[in-house]
Write a protein that binds this ligand. Structure first.
Ligand code: NAD
Length: 462
């Protein structure tokens, strides 16, 4: 690994990743490689957790394709240096900021979208002119192997290389010197990554998890709300960082909403949810056992069946859940939806303010102003009003967590910015010198500093 990093650093320092035209060529090549090998990719992920091929193309590959096309279209504009206003004390200097690549970057991916969540940050890293060592999750071993096979045999290892492995390999990698680390995974491992990074001080982006609450107010469009929540919960079978984790429903509509979500689940899965071609399985027995351990059979009102030999859990709703129940102590990451009720919205909002910031806050209501006020008051990585999950695919806006759900943003231009250092450069001619810099420091100088020099030339003449 040391040799690999040294080879990438030499390659980077030689300037091979700098030309924009070469970056575009690499991205185009990656696009074609993925397209030509779609069937190999979809087969691998099906072996990992029976993710249907149509869904793989829809939510594992279409986003990387979109990211690549977006980057190719905009790279020149994103890479431009930007002129900044210069303060009067620096007259007649000029200032600009250049985005420059960090160098050798490490991208660590999770298992739940093994292609998309490895490829999208990698695309941003390459677009910004870095080299990449990609460490996909060992949990989805077939997907990891196919990524390694495709990428390592088609790109020089000095530019991109996939290193397969689990905790041991990642621990070793984290001891080495990277110029930037991008991690997607659990909050717990995020802490480990951050601790390891403290030794070398690379900038770190953490895309972590959390419990995403959904507030459902009594004035919502009940049927559409139920439809969207059911779809969002079953997306990847609940194994998504943006999955609606649990509901806070106004007590006056709770029974009705649960019934309606149950109906919508049936519509999505059909009469035989176990045989549904749309639902991937729990990824392994460990996760199966973990989610089953969160189910309180006495509180199940929809679903509840399971089959450990197939890592199958039926989409399940639990009612009368209290904040102290085990299901409310950790991110669920499975097809289980606990429902809590509320009667006083302000009390609910106050209690949410005291919790760890989730990755997303969802609110269903017709009162947009009220929802926007709550969005401002309750900390979360992002939010959606009257929808779930879908904001993730909007590559025109930054995506990321805050606090326990992460730090830093990516997607589209935000990803390019995240993988670039923004270097400010000031250029000053020699013909003018500011006498105030030099002793003796008279009292009048202080007055001039206070009244004039904190301003830019533009503001001074306003
Ligand atoms: P994870 O933290 O277990 O693993 C993520 C990566 O870290 C894997 O590559 C794994 O090999 C590595 N890893 C695991 N243990 C490690 C250790 N002790 N030391 C060093 N490396 C280690 O996460 P996961 O189970 O793969 O993914 C699920 C989690 O990721 C959920 O919490 C989910 O919310 C979160 N997630 C967040 C986002 C986001 O965009 N914010 C997206 C997807 C998933």
């Amino acid at each position: 690994m040391k040799e690999l990093i040294a080879a990438q650093r030499t390659y980077f320092l030689a300037g091979h990743t700098r030309p924009i035209s070469d970056r575009k060529k690499i991205l185009r090549k990656l696009h074609n490689l993925l397209m030509e090998n779609e069937s190999m990719l979809t087969e691998a992920i099906y072996k990992d957790f029976r993710k249907p091929s149509m869904l793989t193309v829809e939510n594992e590959l279409s986003l990387p394709y979109g990211e690549i096309n977006n980057a190719i279209r905009n790279l020149k504009r994103w890479s431009r240096s930007r002129w900044r206003l210069t303060d009067l004390a620096n007259f007649p200097a000029r200032t600009r900021t250049n985005p420059v690549p960090y160098g050798v970057t490490l991208v660590i991916g999770p298992w739940n979208y093994p292609f998309m969540l490895s490829l999208v940050p990698m695309i941003s890293a390459l677009a910004a002119g870095n080299t990449v060592i990609l460490k996909p999750s060992e949990v989805t071993s077939h997907s990891s192997a196919v990524l390694a096979e495709l990428i390592n045999s088609n790109f020089p290892k000095e530019l991109i290389h996939v290193v397969e492995g689990g905790v041991g390999e990642t621990t070793e990698l984290l001891k080495l010197k990277f110029d930037k680390i991008f991690f997607t995974g659990s909050t717990q491992v995020g802490r480990i990554v951050m601790r390891a990074a403290a030794e070398q001080l690379p900038p770190v982006t953490l895309e972590l998890g959390g419990k995403n609450p959904v507030i459902v107010m009594p004035d919502c469009n009940l049927k559409r709300t139920a439809q969207r929540i059911a779809w969002g919960k079953l997306h990847n079978n609940g194994q998504a960082c943006v999955s609606p984790d649990h509901l806070y429903v106004h007590e006056s509509i709770k029974e009705q909403l649960i019934q309606e979500i149950g109906k919508q689940i049936d519509r999505i899965t059909g009469s035989d949810p176990k045989g549904s071609p749309l639902l991937p399985r729990m990824v392994n027995e460990r996760n199966f056992d973990r989610v089953m351990g969160l189910i309180d059979p006495e509180k199940v009102v929809v679903g509840g069946s399971s089959d450990r030999s197939e890592c199958y859990i039926e989409p399940t709703i639990m009612d009368r859940v209290s904040p102290d129940d085990p299901v409310m102590q950790e991110e669920i990451f499975g097809p289980l939806l606990p429902v809590l009720s509320y009667s006083n919205l302000e009390e609910l909002v106050e209690s949410l303010k005291l919790k760890e910031a989730p990755l997303v806050l969802y609110i269903f209501t017709r009162k947009r102003r009220l929802a926007e006020r709550i969005m401002k008051e309750v900390a979360s990585g992002g939010g959606m009003i009257n929808e779930v999950v879908m904001h993730f695919i909007n590559m025109n806006a930054p995506f990321g967590g805050v606090g326990a759900s992460g730090m830093g943003n990516y997607h589209g231009r935000a990803g390019f910015i995240d993988f670039s250092h923004h270097k400010t450069i000031m250029i000053k001619p020699m013909w003018f010198e500011l006498f105030l810099k030099y002793p003796p420091h008279r009292k009048i100088y202080l007055r001039i500093y206070r009244s004039v020099l904190g301003k830019s030339i533009k503001n001074f003449f306003r």
